[in-house]
Design a protein around this ligand. Structure first.
Ligand SMILES: *[C@@H]1O[C@H](CO)[C@@H](O)[C@H](O)[C@H]1NC(C)=O
Ligand SMILES: *[C@@H]1O[C@H](CO)[C@@H](O)[C@H](O)[C@H]1NC(C)=O
Ligand SMILES: *[C@@H]1O[C@H](CO)[C@@H](O)[C@H](O)[C@H]1NC(C)=O
Ligand SMILES: *[C@@H]1O[C@H](CO)[C@@H](O)[C@H](O)[C@H]1NC(C)=O
Length: 492
């Protein structure tokens, strides 16, 4: 391995010279459709629901026990219920309401969360419950069933709408107004198409207009709410992307990353996949001339951030847990953990709540990281999928700060996209010029003071340390699955 690196390093300066001339397009988020300037932070129940050997049940007591432990001081405020909280039939207006056998008083849970400075999230699927076809939409004399698009398949007890009909928006308004009265702050709208894997259902082909209807309903509701669209949305059609961007605050990039029915939450194979999905998402924003210089607005949801628990429960080694935290935060993605909050270990608390890492998140929540291939890859400076990867977030408009992440994802476990199998420790090395921040470049500076905030500990020493001024390269030896995150400040 060592000799392979020496050889590749010697060959790169020629390539570097040609790549370094290219301009850095700095992606940025801006304000989302429902008015949010950062991603949600909190907890979601799904990992706990899906894990084998847990005593956790999706009910009011167990959710309250978890969410009482959320650290609101660190901004971890969202308590997000996943599938299973709502009834299989609606109320007298066909509104989607709690299953009172598991959530006897959702208002009481919302009140308690709000008194702690926290927020309540619920989960819904596009469309209404088919069994409610005979009810009348609140405030109208329109039968709910007359609004259904029966050319589309029924799925999961539901029927999607003919969105052109009078009454469809009124139904969405009635549902959201009722949630607002309960105290709901966040809606996860799952099984959105085009994109969502069918998971045994026969899904409507295109539910994009449900996002528009929920957005309009949120706009007229009595409390602010976020709208997060799920799962693995198909980002190939610009029309859908711009529609989601104009109506929702988050979009899920990937399938679920958690193990279903195993005693651990997840494996690193799906972490590799989620990072690869983010790479393609951010490249699309950064490379499309129609998107350059415009805010992305809609935040990526990389699925729950499972960093809080020790290896035996999480299913990831400690360096892999760092890699999850660094990438989810570096992406400015949703920071919603799926960990068991009753069993956070010391590292788990650091990765979730550390205040210096939080201030890095404040930066990357505005300026998300984009890939730049390091030395030794096929095309240093390009944005391809690589086992050894570098990323840059920013610089900000003042050209004062940036974030750089270096990573060795380890051998591809099948879905990483890079397909290589480099074993053991690897040197990840990239020049300031390839990152686009060298002196003389539009986003450059003579030097950058480098603070190692998290990671790289296998070879590089402790977290939270100043490691000097970089004037040419950033490099770190990283083991399989290991990452390091640096916060840079221009020296001029
Ligand atoms: C990183 O690459 C540069 C350019 O090839 C080289 O000069 C430098 O020695 C490398 N850094 C390390 C730590 O090997
Ligand atoms: C909560 O977060 C704050 C701020 O990040 C931190 O100082 C504190 O230690 C955290 N509390 C717990 C119990 O982890
Ligand atoms: C639900 O809890 C609230 C307090 O948050 C209370 O005012 C209300 O009476 C409760 N409803 C029922 C049906 O118990
Ligand atoms: C889905 O529907 C939206 C809204 O009508 C439309 O803009 C978009 O092009 C459709 N997507 C596909 C893939 O047909």
């Amino acid at each position: 391995m060592r000799s392979k690196h020496q050889i590749s390093i010697l060959t790169v300066p020629l390539i570097a010279t040609s790549v370094s001339a290219s301009q850095l397009f700095v992606p940025f988020y801006g304000t989302s459709a429902n008015g949010f300037n950062g991603p949600p932070r909190g907890w979601n129940s799904f990992g706990m629901q899906a894990r084998a050997g847990t005593s956790f049940v999706l009910n009011q007591n167990d959710v309250q026990s978890q969410c009482d432990l959320l650290n609101a001081t660190a901004g971890y405020t969202l308590c997000s219920l996943d599938s299973g909280w709502s009834g299989n039939g609606g109320d007298q207006f066909g509104r989607l309401v709690p299953d009172t056998s598991v959530f006897p008083n959702l208002t009481a849970l919302a009140d308690r969360l709000h008194s702690q400075g926290k927020l309540l999230g619920i989960y819904a699927l596009p469309g209404a419950l088919s069994g409610d076809a005979g009810v009348t939409v609140e405030g109208t004399n329109i039968k709910l069933g007359s609004l259904f698009d029966t050319s589309q398949p029924s799925y999961n007890l539901r029927q999607t709408f003919d969105f052109s009909k009078d009454g469809v928006q009124q139904w969405h308004n009635s549902v959201v107004n009722n949630w607002a009265a309960i105290g709901v702050d966040y809606i996860k709208l799952d099984f959105m198409t085009p994109g969502s894997p069918a998971a045994g259902e026969n899904l409507p082909a295109n539910n994009s207009l449900a996002a528009v209807a929920y957005h309009k309903a949120i706009q007229q509701a009595s409390r602010p709410m976020r709208l997060d669209l799920s799962w693995k949305l198909d980002r190939n059609t610009a029309a859908d992307f711009f529609l989601w961007r104009g109506n929702a605050d988050g979009i899920r990039l990937d399938q679920d990353i958690n193990n279903q029915g195993q005693s651990t939450f997840l494996g690193f194979n799906t972490v590799q996949r989620a990072i690869e999905q983010y790479r393609s998402f951010i490249n699309q924003q950064e490379e499309d001339p129609a998107r350059q210089g415009t805010p992305i607005m809609v935040r990526p949801d990389m699925d729950n951030m499972y960093t809080g628990n020790a290896q035996a429960l999480t299913g990831l080694s400690d360096v892999q847990r760092y890699t999850v935290a660094i990438h989810w935060v570096g992406a400015g993605a949703n920071q919603i953990t799926g960990s068991d909050l009753t069993q956070l270990d010391t590292l788990g608390k650091e990765l979730l709540y550390d205040s210096e890492f939080q201030s890095v998140a404040d930066f990357t929540n505005q300026y998300p990281m984009q890939p730049k291939n390091p030395f030794g890859t096929a095309n240093p400076g390009s944005q391809a999928s690589e086992q050894l990867q570098a990323w840059i977030a920013g610089p900000d408009t003042a050209n004062k700060n940036a974030v750089v992440v270096l990573a060795n994802y380890g051998p591809d476990q099948g879905q990483g996209g890079f397909g290589t199998n480099l074993q053991g420790n690897q040197l990840v090395n990239i020049s300031l010029s390839l990152l686009g921040i060298a002196e003389g470049q539009p986003n450059g500076a003579p030097g950058w003071s480098v603070r190692r905030v998290l990671g790289g500990g296998g070879a590089g020493g402790p977290d939270h340390s100043d490691i000097g001024v970089a004037t040419s390269v950033l490099a770190s030896n990283l083991g399989p699955g290991e990452s390091v995150l640096y916060f840079l400040t221009a020296t001029n």
